[in-house]
Design a protein around this ligand. Structure first.
Ligand code: SAM
Length: 342
């Protein structure tokens, strides 16, 4: 066989126009969630009709196509990934790529409410690390933020995950006047349990009832305040995601910051996102997208799907431009975070 023929055996790896290799896919497996976090969703969200969703088999085929094209890290997200019916079938099936050495990591971002039920199975299927979103340790505040979530259930879920041997990272969104005073104690709590903590700046995605400006707390301020209390040593640690980490000298733990508004994290972006309807977003902060459901359903062969993915990657933008519109209080993007996942 000549070299040209051999090259056609494997689909081309994904390299965008700015020479960034796309090795990380985040997949929103459902737009539904059992919480309604005030910065994420409106109280009365209209969810997608079930027939619009990709089936679990289709999600598997889509993820596997990306793995064949060089994606090494898959993150399931949502909505809440663990409320999708049959989700463990998908996790079990995707774990074959871990076993085959085609995938370095299969992971998920969850609100933790279902971990009591699923932590053991996740670990059994080769999941090693998970992100759990938790913005406060105060049960009343937790209920306010999530609109009806039960903190005890989430804490029990975190216990179950650690007991199953999963490494847990906590993600907390910094909310002005809500949890800003609690952030030092969240650091101590997370690090005391051997968990990294990442603090996220509020991003202007989707219409919600409250004004973004009333929630927005620049992380530069959060970091300056934490630095009055703790010694924050710069470290080189990277997880393949957008967070920048420091080591907190007093606790020995790692603290990450995700700052989409005050710091541009696009230069090293290796990620794309696909929704539960098979729409591929090449950037969390832009509207441009590609429909992968049509090529996926058009034929049993993956040729059209690979071609659609290749074409989409040529459109990956250099970066996003989130701006909180101060005059009209409009979101920068109409899409909620629950559509594309965090
Ligand atoms: N339900 C899962 C969870 O709670 O982690 C996964 C989906 S959730 C959309 C993913 C992450 O996005 C969560 O950490 C959530 O706090 C964060 N998030 C949602 N809306 C956000 C916004 N407008 N700005 C910043 N982070 C947001």
């Amino acid at each position: 066989m000549n070299f040209e023929a051999a090259a056609t055996l494997r689909p081309r790896p994904l390299i965008d126009p700015f020479a960034r290799a796309i090795t990380y896919l985040r997949v929103s497996v459902t737009d539904r969630c059992d919480f309604r976090c005030v910065y994420c969703m409106a109280e009365n969200m209209v969810f997608l009709p079930k027939q619009d969703l990709l089936s679990l088999e289709e999600l598997d085929r889509l993820c596997s196509a990306f793995v064949a094209k060089g994606v090494r890290k898959l993150r399931l997200t949502g909505g809440e990934p663990l409320v999708r019916r049959g989700i463990m079938t998908l996790v079990a099936s995707l774990s074959r790529h871990l076993a085959a050495g085609m995938l370095d990591e299969l992971t998920l971002t969850t609100n933790g409410s279902q971990l009591g039920k699923y932590a053991g199975e996740l670990a059994a299927h080769g999941v090693k690390r998970i992100n759990v979103s938790l913005d406060t340790l105060d049960p009343d505040k937790f209920r306010e933020i999530t609109r009806w979530g039960d903190l005890d259930k989430v804490l029990a879920g975190i216990d179950a995950a650690q007991a199953a041997g999963l490494k847990v990272k906590i993600n907390a969104v910094a909310l002005k006047g809500v949890n800003e005073d609690e952030l030092p104690s969240l650091v101590e709590w997370a690090h005391g349990r051997g968990m990294d903590l990442t603090i996220i700046e509020v991003m202007p995605l989707g219409d919600i009832e409250e004004s973004r400006l009333s929630q927005y707390l620049p992380l530069s301020m959060v970091r300056a305040r934490l630095a009055e209390r703790f010694t924050l040593d710069e470290i080189d640690y990277r997880t393949g995601g957008p967070a920048r980490y420091v080591r907190v000298k007093e606790t020995g733990g790692r603290l990450g910051f995700i700052t989409p508004l005050t710091h541009n994290f696009c230069e090293s972006c290796n990620r794309v996102r696909v929704t539960c309807t098979g729409t591929l977003y090449m950037c969390l902060g832009q509207n441009d997208a590609a429909d992968l459901r049509t090529p996926l359903r058009a034929s049993e062969s993956n040729d059209a799907l690979f071609a659609a993915i290749d074409e989409a990657i040529t459109r990956k933008p250099k970066g996003h431009d989130f701006v909180i519109d101060r005059r009209h209080h409009r979101p920068a993007l109409k899409r909620h975070m629950s559509v594309t996942g965090g």
